[in-house]
Ligand binder design. Structure first.
Ligand SMILES: [Cu+2]
Length: 496
């Protein structure tokens, strides 16, 4: 006897539909998908031309911006000249819309279009290829979802996307790290891509027991050595430009700004430097946090920071991002009308210290997860080294991994322990987790999607609700660590 109920529901829906003309245009727009083209283009870097990948939205600009209430209704058109798949980093769609090359969701063939339609969560997100090494070729762009409260704040929205850039082909960069030929590196990347599914590890194939010491260590004052920066890049980009010709952002709205910083680099971490400006961090990875004031903030690979700035006066204000362990930096200039803009050196006077968790320790979620005892606690050990270059989770190297199984409805805690000499920015697909402990010290930290685990037995504990059944990648967001093994699968029971 469901029929009367259904009919009543339909009538109610019909009545609601009658009200549609009164809704704002942004809500009605869900019927027209936005066109996003994954293609190629040319980019001039310090006067030299380069062929790069591009992700171009409907307005001809990089990526997608959604207004409050808009669905993520996107037709992704592959004009990249090869297969691609784009991941909507930090968003929580059904797993088949996540943009990861599972056997059930293969990469998009050249010339083909794939449609996506899900309800996005608001905040600063980004999109990048999850196919081979395309991300290093700049297949990355902002994904901004505005919300009504932000609009009421009436701040000027400024997006700053960071990249690391090399004129060398990504295959060549990987080959340099694993000390093989670009052809073999290319073949290795293809082999991972073409794998129909992750396979259980064979006991004899372990790469453990190697005793080589790291080669590229940065020696810290205390005699501690740690590894930074696998690759010497040719340039670092802020919104595709170097400091020889930075983007000048004209600021108005009384100098009230929301800066959305995205670390879209493949293997580089930065210190954000606001110079003389005072800022306050109000969101981490798109999720609101209690404001943290400051003018220097670390940002690990794949992380985002929303920083509110109120300009104190007219003038030109550089916002810089300096690479950890190096003098190199990138940035943009915020300038009021008529301000004089001086040249900014691409090299800072001194190398920046390693990116750390000093900011992480100060962050606390505006909307924490509900307090609850965990149903499951898993420990994941991060290991690996520079020579030979290979990185593992629980001693397993993707794609030879056993999935970590999740049960829907459970509260899960993961203890991440880093036995390597390098920090790893760990990213979970399809879930936002809360950081609940740093190096053994409990905190009520940020809700986010990427967290840095410090080297030399650094640890981070995260908690999340298993509320999005599917197959989800969990990996280090250093592209070369991921490509040489540092990835695993979280799979829900009942999903095959
Ligand atoms: Cu890593």
């Amino acid at each position: 006897m469901n029929l009367p109920t259904s009919r009543r529901w339909l009538l109610a829906s019909g009545a609601a539909l009658g009200a549609v003309p009164l809704l704002p245009a942004t809500v009605r727009a869900e019927t027209a998908p936005k066109r996003l083209v994954a293609g190629t283009g040319s980019l001039e870097v310090d006067g030299k031309p380069a062929r790069v990948f591009r992700l171009t939205g409907p307005d001809g600009r990089p990526g997608i911006t959604l207004e409050p209430g808009e669905r993520f209704a996107v037709d992704l058109v592959n004009q990249a000249g090869g297969r691609t798949i784009i991941h909507w980093h930090g968003q929580l769609p059904p797993w088949t819309d996540d943009g990861f090359p599972w056997p059930q969701t293969p990469p998009i063939a050249p010339g083909a279009t794939k449609s996506y339609d899900f309800a996005p969560i608001p905040g600063t997100f980004w999109m990048h290829s999850h196919q081979g090494l395309q991300e290093q070729g700049l297949m990355a762009a902002p994904l901004i979802v505005r919300d009504a409260a932000e609009l009421r704040e009436d701040r000027q929205d400024i997006v700053l996307l960071l990249h690391d850039f090399s004129f060398r082909a990504p295959d060549e960069l990987l080959a340099g790290l694993i000390r093989t030929t670009p052809e073999q590196a290319h073949a290795m990347a293809r082999q991972i891509e073409n794998l129909s599914s992750p396979q259980p590890p064979s006991r004899s194939a372990g790469q453990s027991g190697m005793t080589a010491m790291p080669m590229n260590g940065m020696h810290m004052g205390s005699g501690m050595a740690m590894d930074l920066n696998d690759i010497a890049y040719d340039a670092y980009l802020a919104n595709d430009r170097t400091l020889s010709d930075p983007e000048i952002v004209r600021v108005g709205k009384g100098g009230r700004l929301r800066l959305r910083i995205i670390n879209g680099a493949s293997a580089s971490q930065f210190w954000i430097d606001l110079g003389s400006l005072a800022g306050r961090v109000v969101a981490a990875d798109g999720h609101p946090v209690h404001p943290v004031p400051g003018s220097r903030f670390p940002i690990a690979i794949a992380q985002r920071l929303d920083i509110l700035i109120d300009l104190p006066r007219h003038g030109a204000f550089p916002v810089l991002a300096q690479v950890e362990g190096r003098r190199d930096r990138a940035g943009i200039v915020l300038a009021t009308q008529g301000a004089r803009i001086g040249r900014i050196a691409a090299l800072a006077p001194h190398p920046a210290k390693p990116v750390d968790n000093t900011l992480e320790a100060r962050l606390s979620a505006m909307r924490p997860i509900r307090p609850r005892r965990p149903d499951r606690v898993h420990r994941i050990v991060l290991s690996g080294r520079m020579t030979p270059f290979a990185w593992a989770l629980n001693g397993q190297y993707w794609p030879k991994i056993e999935p970590l199984m999740l049960t829907k409805g459970q509260r899960v805690e993961i203890e991440l322990v880093n036995r390597s000499m390098m920090a790893h920015p760990m990213h979970l697909h399809g879930h936002a987790f809360q950081v609940i402990a740093l190096d053994g010290k409990p905190i009520a930290g940020a809700v986010r999607d990427t967290v840095l685990v410090q080297p030399r037995m650094g640890s981070v504990r995260i908690a999340f609700d298993a509320d999005n059944p599917g197959r989800w990648a969990f990996h280090c967001h250093n592209l070369y660590h991921m490509m040489t093994g540092m990835m695993m699968e979280f799979r829900y029971h009942g999903i095959v």
